[in-house]
Design a protein around this ligand. Structure first.
Ligand SMILES: [Zn+2]
Length: 88
C-alpha cells in the first residue's frame, strides 16, 4: 500500500504522461479510500480542465484575429513577392 505522498506524486505525473496500468489501479484504489487524495485529484482535474479551456480560448482568439480578408492580403503579398522573384 502506497502512502498519500507517493500517490499524490503519481497523480501529478499522470498529468504529464499516462501511468503504467499497475500504478493506475493503485491510484484508483487509493482515491476510492482516501478523501484527502481524492480532493487533491479533483483539484488537479479542475486545474487541468481550466488550463485546457484557456488554451482553447486563446486559439479561438487567434483565429478571429486572422480574419479572411487579412488572409487574402497576406496571400496577395506572398504572390506578389513570388512573382517579383520569378521576374528577376
Ligand atoms: Zn491518500
Amino acid at each position: 500500500m502506497r502512502s498519500c505522498k507517493e500517490i499524490s506524486k503519481l497523480v501529478s505525473s499522470s498529468l504529464e504522461r499516462p501511468l503504467p496500468f499497475r500504478d493506475r489501479v493503485e491510484v484508483w484504489m487509493h482515491l476510492k479510500m482516501c478523501r484527502l487524495c481524492g480532493a487533491f485529484w479533483r483539484d488537479l482535474q479542475r486545474l487541468r480542465s481550466s488550463v485546457r479551456r484557456q488554451v482553447t480560448e486563446k486559439e479561438q482568439d487567434e483565429s478571429i484575429r486572422l480574419d479572411p480578408s487579412s488572409k487574402v492580403r497576406m496571400q496577395t503579398a506572398v504572390d506578389t513577392q513570388n512573382r517579383g522573384d520569378a521576374d528577376s
